[in-house]
Ligand binder design. Structure first.
Ligand SMILES: [Zn+2]
Length: 520
């Protein structure tokens, strides 16, 4: 039987920046969902990549004395390195300078032109170069600056090609109405609906004042507007236009429409108005969901390169480890809203949840297994009354976790896993194996308690794995089990009793050694 496909994307990141906490946040979240969907039997296709065109890139290249292509070629490896460091399992990495994208993007523009949605016109207006975004006079912010970033805008006057975006206003509003899940969360959906209800203007989609971009196939003196170019990556990456025709064969037919576009809330309008209108114009189905997450804030400031914040993903991974890094951002910030992050709260979260709860459970339990059971998993017991609560939580975990992941509530999903972890810690306290070990007549109960706790740890590791892949794999390895990442039927793997009696358990080092803030 063919597995259902699950295509998810991050935005393609702007090549003039380096990977920072914000881009890492989106990418880790997408990776956790990709891993989870692989564990639940989907044929996952996880795409990320780079947005490499535009005037700003050309300028940066010039400042660095390089050609634009050489310039972007020096940046791309930094992103690949960062995603490797964060254990990102993307299936593809698209760069908009690749021939497969350029050919597909040209095909796409040709389709729009053939269907009558592109026309030649004259553009006069304001342009924010850092954001590569056009504004009309009345959209400008205070002192005639960019309403998005507050920087100076420049007056632009050009003969351009235009996309008939205004013609899609009613169809877009009808689509939002008929597909209430299309834009998430609801605050963003309301924002987009009110924006579109206010009226859409046709969009200039070409430039003639610089050359670093994809030439329009029917007007090669024009290069494509960088946002238009970038959005098309979601279909060129799965083969749109690859064979020289805008067909729906091969991987495109298999993976499209995408289940999710993950985006930051600052680019929601591009993804929820321009992109769906482009797809409608081309006669291509729309993605199922666009999910906009919030900003990471440090002391109320948006954490970005421009605020000069020196904390990088690499520096935090070095200090906390990759799993703890991933855990912190998925657990401490509710996905979809802004969240404050700090090294202090990361230390607290690490010590409380990872060192004390999860790490401590594994280490004391595996030690006791060695001490009381010779490091061997005891026989599968008949559950006693005292064991029922653990069995109940474990049995409910697959549904509880799934429910939360369906709304990308990572914090809630992890909390569900933690309910089992915390309950198992309490179970060990209440059962006191160290007392049961003192007499022969309680030997049976001792073994039952050890088995129950070990089996609970085996199951918990499954649900922790999408966010913390390395430590979960290590827990399974120490339990003498196979690679946890081979699991493709999570519900079946989580059925109670899966831990075979007789398996050899290895104690190992502490998974999350306590961090003392004073030591820094
Ligand atoms: Zn701006």
């Amino acid at each position: 039987m063919e597995r259902p496909s699950f295509y998810l994307t991050t935005p393609i990141y702007y090549v003039n920046s380096v990977p920072h906490l914000g881009t890492a946040y989106t990418t880790v979240a997408a990776d956790a969902l990709a891993r989870y969907r692989r564990m639940t039997g989907y044929d996952v296709h996880f795409l990320t990549g780079l947005d490499e065109h535009g005037q700003k890139v050309a300028q940066a290249a010039e400042q660095n004395g390089m050609t634009p292509q050489d310039w972007v070629d020096t940046i791309a490896p930094k992103f690949l390195e960062a995603w490797k460091l964060l254990d990102i399992t993307n299936d593809d990495f698209i760069r908009t300078t690749e021939p497969r994208h350029e050919a597909g993007a040209q095909q796409f523009l040709q389709v729009l032109k053939d269907r009558g949605d592109l026309y030649q016109g004259h553009y006069e207006g304001w342009y924010c170069l850092p954001d590569e975004t056009f504004y009309t006079e009345d959209q400008l912010g205070e002192n005639s600056t960019c309403p998005q970033c507050g920087r100076d805008v420049q007056f632009v006057k050009e003969d351009n090609w235009f996309f008939r975006l205004s013609a899609y206003q009613d169809r877009l509003l009808a689509y939002y109405e008929e597909h209430p899940d299309f834009i998430q969360p609801d605050t963003r959906r309301n924002e987009v609906i009110s924006f579109v209800s206010g009226g859409l203007k046709d969009l200039s989609v070409s430039r003639t004042t610089f050359t670093w971009g994809i030439p329009l196939p029917f007007a090669p003196e024009h290069v494509m507007y960088v946002w238009f170019d970038a959005l098309i990556n979601y279909i060129t990456a799965v083969g749109f236009g690859a064979d020289g025709t805008p067909t729906f064969s091969g991987p495109l037919a298999h993976y499209w429409p995408a289940q999710y576009h993950f985006v930051g809330k600052d680019i929601i309008r591009f993804h929820c108005t321009i992109w769906p209108a482009m797809l409608m114009a081309a006669g291509i189905p729309l993605p199922e969901k666009v999910f906009a997450h919030g900003f990471l804030l440090t002391k109320g400031e948006k954490m970005s390169k421009s605020t000069g914040n020196a904390v990088t993903p690499a520096s935090l991974v070095e200090r906390f480890g990759v799993d703890a890094y991933r855990y912190y951002f998925m657990r401490d910030v509710q996905f979809g809203t802004d969240g404050s992050v700090s090294v202090e709260s990361m230390v607290q979260r690490y010590n409380a949840d990872l060192a004390n709860d999860w790490g401590n459970l594994v280490s004391r339990l595996f030690n006791m297994t060695e001490k009381y059971c010779g490091g061997v998993v005891p026989a599968v017991p008949v559950p006693a009354d005292e064991d029922q609560d653990i069995l109940r939580i474990a049995a409910g975990l697959p549904d509880a976790y799934e429910l939360r992941m369906q709304s990308l509530d990572y914090a809630g999903a992890l909390e569900a896993a933690w309910e089992l972890i915390k309950r198992t810690n309490r179970y060990i306290e209440d059962s006191a194996p160290w007392n049961l070990a003192k007499a022969d007549e309680t030997r049976g109960r001792l073994e039952a308690v050890i088995y129950t706790a070990l089996e609970s740890v085996r199951i918990a590791a499954l649900f922790v794995a999408p966010v913390m892949p390395n430590t979960s794999r290590e827990v399974w390895r120490r339990l003498g089990l196979g690679d946890i990442h081979d699991v493709t039927d999570l519900a079946a793997a989580a059925v109670w009793g899966g831990l075979p009696a007789g398996s050899k358990v290895e104690k190992g080092e502490a998974l999350f050694p306590r961090i003392y803030e004073d030591a820094e």
